[in-house]
Design a binder for this molecule. Structure first.
Ligand SMILES: *[C@@H]1O[C@H](CO)[C@@H](O)[C@H](O)[C@H]1NC(C)=O
Ligand SMILES: *[C@@H]1O[C@H](CO)[C@@H](O)[C@H](O)[C@H]1NC(C)=O
Ligand SMILES: *[C@@H]1O[C@H](CO)[C@@H](O)[C@H](O)[C@H]1NC(C)=O
Ligand SMILES: *[C@@H]1O[C@H](CO)[C@@H](O)[C@H](O)[C@H]1NC(C)=O
Ligand SMILES: *[C@@H]1O[C@H](CO)[C@@H](O)[C@H](O)[C@H]1NC(C)=O
Ligand SMILES: *[C@@H]1O[C@H](CO)[C@@H](O)[C@H](O)[C@H]1NC(C)=O
Ligand SMILES: *[C@@H]1O[C@H](CO)[C@@H](O)[C@H](O)[C@H]1NC(C)=O
Ligand SMILES: *[C@@H]1O[C@H](CO)[C@@H](O)[C@H](O)[C@H]1NC(C)=O
Length: 610
């Protein structure tokens, strides 16, 4: 215990410090209200004060082998924070836009002192954030604040900019509190319309565009799709449906994309990988230009609630794990790093893994983001457990877990009740049945969890919930389908779309390749797609040759989807083209006919017009 006098001296400062640690939402990650899993910011503030005391001891007499770099600068002006400069190493990002607030993100790393001494890692960094309505940052900031970061959270910063106006574009910047001229790049972001805004007034009456991505493997190619979406297409919100990072190492050396580190297991591994991915300039730029809504905690390949294909925990423990780390440890490390690096909100103090969440964008649409990977998913295909095939129809088997499933069904009903025009469900894996060319199905997709899929479809049909749009990633190919019960040729008509209850738009990867579609041979790849559309009733278009992304542009009467193909991801470029364009009219619950106007620039339509 310190003497009373010293304590009193620090009381005012201590609470101010705790506030600034708390302003950085990253310290709550991944479990706020659970200090044993998150960060105890009161203890961090105490540590900061303890360390700051060293500044009041003459340098020459100070012996502390643990903190050799401490006396690198004069901290008297700002005794608790680093004052020798900050490097905003990974630009800025924003995400999870509400009507009056949005999450802002940056990373602020201490720079060495002018004498070249390495920074004292134990001193926190203070950043100030300011939000403006003008791109030149003129005028008074509409919101601002200060937050601390430290090595405990990999120097990441995540704040909630509040007091914003609905449906408005904003510009923001971070600066070093100690040296206000040390600034981050300027980011742009936006809020969405308030939930009661009439559908035709959302986005100032103009259609809104969502750009949708998945499967971005660093070593497989350059993130041209992100650059193209940010520079050649205007999108209001970027959505990522999972496989934002890959946990494996792979071989990207020959295109200059070698991955650092190893198969991810520890907090250091996950941070290093996220940091390397985010060094990609196209990804950085895409984060800098628009708010993102992201999905999946990115733990490991084919993850389910208690394991993964790569972790291999068994009844014998973690002895088979290539990393030597048990799955539970990986899951905690992966989740924590994800919340540090991604501009995502934390929603529920008591539900530690919850990232499923809903965005009400006026009465135009609800965007419901699911977690079909980590939350409470029953065991999936981990390649050697083929008995899963016999479980695919088990009624109790769940992909989402009870809480999330109930929440989704309620959210869909509420969305109908509040008279939102569209219901968009963002999730990881392909929903519609896809029987492959040898008659098999992908047990890691919804095809492995058929009862869960039927419960969702039944809920939509039985309650006459219309205008449902499901988004999916994961498969490294494009699949566009009417939404109906698998193999239902009585109620659903594949030629007209009669009897469907919506549409699924599943997208290819940003870079991850698909061998199935005959890499490098366009003709053969289209032949494969032709077989797929002929073999699968609901599937109207399939394409697997190009990497890319798609956009949804919607107003109160029409939702269009445009698929973009990137010509070459083996080097950095912005060479892309729109390969197919689909229309869904409000109230029709199916793709408009002729599907894609009967004409696409790649892949195969079930009913092409000649
Ligand atoms: C540190 O800065 C304070 C305030 O500017 C000044 O009074 C003090 O002399 C400085 N100390 C050293 C060692 O430069
Ligand atoms: C700041 O960080 C970037 C990205 O890691 C790095 O390339 C650059 O060299 C750093 N700048 C300084 C001054 O250290
Ligand atoms: C996991 O364990 C199974 C069963 O022992 C084995 O066949 C498989 O190769 C292991 N996988 C890994 C990635 O260690
Ligand atoms: C639909 O039919 C195909 C082909 O007969 C079969 O493989 C698949 O299991 C069926 N799907 C369902 C949900 O019964
Ligand atoms: C694609 O493969 C077919 C044979 O399956 C071959 O005839 C054709 O030349 C190949 N095209 C290219 C561009 O390699
Ligand atoms: C949808 O696409 C059609 C034709 O391609 C176009 O006429 C219409 O304006 C688009 N609507 C929206 C909301 O993008
Ligand atoms: C992609 O670009 C690389 C590097 O310029 C080139 O070698 C390769 O042939 C290109 N691939 C295609 C399909 O054009
Ligand atoms: C995308 O935009 C960039 C400039 O921002 C331009 O250089 C490039 O040619 C555009 N790509 C296409 C395919 O139009």
């Amino acid at each position: 215990m310190r003497s009373l006098g010293v304590s009193l001296l620090f009381i005012a400062g201590a609470s101010a410090i705790v506030d600034k640690f708390n302003n950085n939402l990253v310290f709550r990650s991944p479990y706020f209200d659970e200090p044993q899993f998150g960060h105890d910011t009161v203890a961090l503030s105490r540590r900061t004060l303890e360390f700051a005391k060293r500044d009041q001891v003459p340098a020459d007499g100070f012996k502390d082998g643990k903190y050799p770099g401490f006396y690198v600068s004069n901290l008297s002006n700002a005794p608790f924070i680093w004052s020798s400069g900050v490097n905003f190493t990974h630009s800025v990002a924003s995400g999870d836009p509400y009507d009056t607030s949005v999450i802002l993100w940056t990373r602020a790393v201490p720079l060495p002192s002018s004498t070249g001494q390495l920074p004292d890692q134990s001193v926190p960094i203070c950043v100030v954030y300011k939000v403006f309505t003008k791109s030149d940052l003129s005028g008074r900031p509409v919101d601002s604040g200060e937050a601390f970061t430290s090595y405990d959270v990999d120097w990441t910063v995540k704040v909630e900019a509040a007091r914003l106006k609905p449906d408005t574009k904003y510009y923001f910047q971070f600066a070093d509190c100690a040296n206000p001229s040390g600034v981050s790049p300027v980011g742009s972001t936006r809020t969405v319309a308030s939930s009661n805004t009439p559908a035709d007034k959302v986005n100032g009456g103009k259609p809104m565009t969502l750009a949708v991505f998945s499967c971005s493997q660093y070593q497989a190619g350059y993130f041209n799709a992100y650059g193209y979406a940010a520079q050649n297409v205007t999108a209001d919100i970027f959505i990522h449906l999972g496989d934002y990072i890959y946990e494996s190492v792979g071989n990207g050396a020959k295109i200059g994309r070698a991955v650092e580190g190893r198969e991810l297991a520890t907090i250091h591994d996950y941070r290093q990988r996220l940091g390397q991915y985010r060094s990609d300039l196209d990804l950085q730029y895409a984060h800098q230009t628009a708010p993102w809504v992201v999905d999946d905690h990115e733990i490991a390949d084919n993850a389910w609630k208690a394991g993964t294909a790569d972790s291999n925990d068994t009844a014998q423990g973690c002895t088979f794990s290539p990393s030597g780390a048990c799955f539970t440890d990986r899951k905690l490390a992966g989740t924590r790093a994800y919340h540090e690096w991604m501009p995502i909100r934390q929603l529920d103090a008591r539900d530690q893994l919850r990232i499923w969440r809903n965005f009400q964008v006026g009465k135009l649409f609800d965007l419901s983001m699911l977690d079909t990977r980590q939350y409470e998913r029953d065991i999936t295909d981990i390649y050697y457990n083929r008995l899963i095939a016999s479980l695919k129809d088990a009624p109790q088997r769940s992909l989402m877990g009870h809480n999330q499933e109930k929440w989704l069904l309620d959210t869909l009903s509420k969305s109908k009740d509040r008279k939102a025009v569209w219901r968009i469900i963002g999730q990881q894996i392909v929903f519609t049945q896809v029987v492959d060319l040898s008659g098999g199905i992908n047990l890691d997709a919804w095809d492995g969890y058929r009862a869960n899929r039927n419960r969702i479809l039944d809920h939509l049909y039985n309650n006459q919930i219309n205008n449902n749009i499901i988004l999916a990633g994961d498969s490294h190919a494009n699949w566009v389908s009417d939404l109906a019960h698998a193999n239902d040729t009585i109620n659903y008509d594949s030629a007209t779309g009669r009897g469907a209850i919506g549409v699924e738009f599943a997208g290819t990867g940003v870079t991850s390749s698909s061998g199935t579609f005959v890499k490098g041979n366009l003709t053969d790849s289209i032949a494969v797609s032709t077989k797929y559309v002929n073999n699968n009733i609901d599937l109207q278009w399939n394409e697997g040759f190009f990497r890319g992304f798609f956009t949804l542009t919607l107003d109160s009467s029409v939702l269009n989807a445009t698929y973009y193909s990137m010509r070459n991801v083996t080097y950095r470029n912005l060479d892309g083209f729109a390969s197919a364009h689909f229309t869904v009219k409000a109230g029709e619950n199916r793709l408009s006919r002729p599907v894609a106007g009967g004409k696409v620039l790649s892949g195969a339509l079930k009913y092409p017009s000649n």
